[in-house]
Design a protein around this ligand. Sequence first.
Ligand SMILES: [Zn+2]
Length: 290
Amino acid sequence: MPELPEVETIRLGLKKAIVGKTIAGVDVRVPKLFHGDKKSIIGKKVLDVGRRAKQIIIDVEGDNDLLIHLKMTGQLIYRPKQESGVASHGQIAGGHPSKDWTAVLPNGTTHIIFDFSDGSKLFFNDLRKFGWIKIFEAKELKHKLTEELGVEPFDKEFTTDELAKIISKKSNWNIKKILTDQTLISGIGNIYADESLFWAGILPTRIAKTIKYDEVLRLHTSIIKALQIGLKYGGSSENTYYKIDGAKGQAQEHFQVYAQEGKKCKRCGGVIQKIKLNGRGTHFCPGCQK
Ligand SMILES: [Zn+2]
């Protein structure tokens, strides 16, 4: 699952690529991955590319917008107008690290193709077909996202007091479960939950009600710090994420605990542990985290 820094990196690339372009056609090859009437966006201009949690919002002229979820293996590959379907200079979109980067597109994993009036194309590929694209009425979309998703870590509403309030509402949950519940805080997944808790010096297994206010303060700062490191290095490409311009994300080289099990802690020299918590691989340093 791509996390917030990965999706934000893809969003920024896509924004540069398609804002101002008119959607000339939408070729839906696998109908179950596309919801809504494509006619409602054809002939309309792309006004903006936004993000809410790990979903990409394409703001289209008129009443309807597009919501994209890449799920596990989704890819967005943008290619400027060209003679063949092969990658060339000027390709500024990408997806997961497969040969699709240089292969002829569309191919067997291409399920949806957007044609722009300048001849460029945006391909939505997805090996496992868990991702999707949906058309929403703009107001309905705003309402839906507000209902379903908690506060964004980079929004000004995400204060230390807000985090303390969220933690107090789930007093019997372990702290990692709270951080990764998208209805409470949106956009923190497995990787950045582990990294945030390391920076905060809090064990992922700690029960919410045992966490003191000074720890909440540290956790708040640490969430922002962990996500900013992710953004700075273009997100993680450890699993299946590439930046939209094709460069590999470098964030994983800066991880303190995630996927570092058995290695020495960069801070205390202790050994990073891995356990299963809430059904997910969970990493921590027993020396630095209490
Ligand atoms: Zn340590």
